[in-house]
Design a protein around this ligand. Structure first.
Ligand SMILES: NC(=O)c1ccc[n+]([C@@H]2O[C@H](COP(=O)([O-])OP(=O)(O)OC[C@H]3O[C@@H](n4cnc5c(N)ncnc54)[C@H](O)[C@@H]3O)[C@@H](O)[C@H]2O)c1
Length: 391
């Protein structure tokens, strides 16, 4: 197969953006075969933007049409599970937008369906294509940093004003979105955290809900993570800070790495601190270090296009996936554990034995007990999806 014929499900901000780029030919091994949206107004915009592309009013019809051998799922998160499973059962390959799902039980179900079908399953963590994150991962895994002591990631540059929360009826509600910034913006960073440093064994969080906005879900989150290896993770995020910060600092045996403003700096110790400590007798010593600016190659294409091409190449040529769908469970476990820790009065949550059923019940209770009245307002100007992405 030279190109996979993909059907895009959900022609909102993300789905339309993907469809336009595929139609332009940005993804060599992919052809836009069909689009689908349950909202007739959204389908009407496809006449002008995607002329000649077959349109469907339901996902079921598009999946059964025979026009597609793969599907790109870009509907609100709760429905990722339903369409992923239906597509696999119909023998299609699946590229599912992030987050894989809302809660871990959904993710587990999707993974089971993928395994049964034997088809390609990719989850849309396009930030994995960023050469800088790939470089950090490589450095951690190669062992050249020695023991990782502490990872501190401040991700407060996901500013989302009230107008954003009001822009869709499903956003920022327990019932229709399943969470706030943990479920919407942060899945990228949470996934990268576990992708670069591995899964923490325990997490403890403190979360504010509707602190900055008239919403019922989280808009300010801070988390402590512990690894059996001794590594400590500190993660803090918010949608209410302007100007925000995106700063990743890794303290390790061999020095310190800082990523901020697209600059990756390694302060490399002359010797390992742990080794130095074994023989040092000075009371207030320092270890000499060298400041190294680490250059990484440019990606050369838009991140979404790069991940779509990675998926298409897996379908057409059998190449390994950069963001295998099976790994969505790691991000989902962490995201759900962040909530679960806070909901249980800031208790440590064991991620290795995560209580999937317990979390699901707690989420259902949030939905049942919600008294929040959702306000929706059509954005004053068309939404430019490109301004929503971080690199
Ligand atoms: N990878 C990224 O960086 C990124 C960025 C933005 C959004 N996303 C993800 O994409 C998904 C959609 O987000 P969005 O911002 O485009 O939302 P949106 O509200 O703009 O669009 C969702 C679209 O899905 C349609 N829809 C809803 N239910 C449907 C159904 N059952 N069948 C067919 N169409 C249906 C709606 O009518 C709407 O047009 C979310 O899961 C979100 O997390 C990913």
């Amino acid at each position: 197969m030279n190109k996979t014929r993909i059907g895009v499900l959900g022609m909102g901000n993300m789905g339309m953006s993907h469809a336009k780029r595929i139609l332009k030919g940005n993804v060599p091994h992919m052809e836009l075969a069909a689009v689908c949206d349950t909202d007739p107004a959204k389908l009407a915009t496809c006449d002008e933007n995607l002329p000649g592309i077959p349109q469907f009013k339901t996902g079921e019809e598009m999946i059964a049409s025979g026009l597609c051998d793969s599907i790109l799922i870009a509907v609100p998160h709760y429905d990722h599970e339903k369409y992923t499973v239906e597509a696999f059962e119909a023998g299609l390959h699946v590229y599912c937008e992030k987050p894989g799902a809302v809660y871990t039980l959904q993710g587990l179900h999707m993974i089971e369906a993928a395994k049964k079908s034997g088809k390609v399953f990719c989850v849309g963590f396009q930030q994995r294509t960023n050469p800088t994150f790939r470089k950090i991962r490589e450095m951690v895994q190669s062992g050249e940093l020695g023991q990782i002591k502490k990872v501190v990631w401040i991700v407060t540059n996901w500013y989302r004003p009230q107008a954003y929360h009001d822009s869709s009826s499903w956003r920022s509600t327990w019932k229709l979105e399943g969470g706030g910034t943990i479920v919407n913006q942060n899945p990228h960073n949470i996934d990268l955290f576990q992708w670069m440093f591995g899964m923490p064994d325990e997490v403890l969080s403190t979360i504010d809900y509707g602190k900055y906005y008239d919403i019922e879900v989280d808009d300010d989150v801070s988390v402590l993570m512990k690894y059996k290896s001794g590594t400590v993770g500190i993660y803090t995020t918010s949608t209410g800070e302007m100007p925000g910060t995106n700063r990743l600092e890794i303290s390790c045996d061999m020095g310190k790495i800082v990523l901020e403003n697209d600059e990756l700096i390694f302060w490399r110790n002359e010797v390992s601190e742990r080794e130095f400590n074994k023989t040092n007798t000075a009371v207030f010593p320092t270890i000499k270090n060298e400041k190294i600016k680490i250059e990484t190659p440019k990606l050369g294409m838009q991140q979404h296009d790069a991940l779509l091409e990675d998926f298409a190449s897996a379908v057409c040529c059998g190449t390994p996936l950069l963001s295998p769908g099976v790994e969505c469970i790691n991000e989902l476990t962490l995201a759900d554990a962040f909530y679960y820790s806070d909901w249980q009065g800031q208790k440590w949550v064991d991620t290795n034995n995560f209580d999937h059923e317990g979390y699901y019940k707690a989420l259902e209770e949030k939905i049942r007990n919600s008294t929040y009245v959702k306000h929706t307002a059509t954005p004053a100007a068309p939404v430019d999806m490109n301004s929503s992405f971080q690199k």
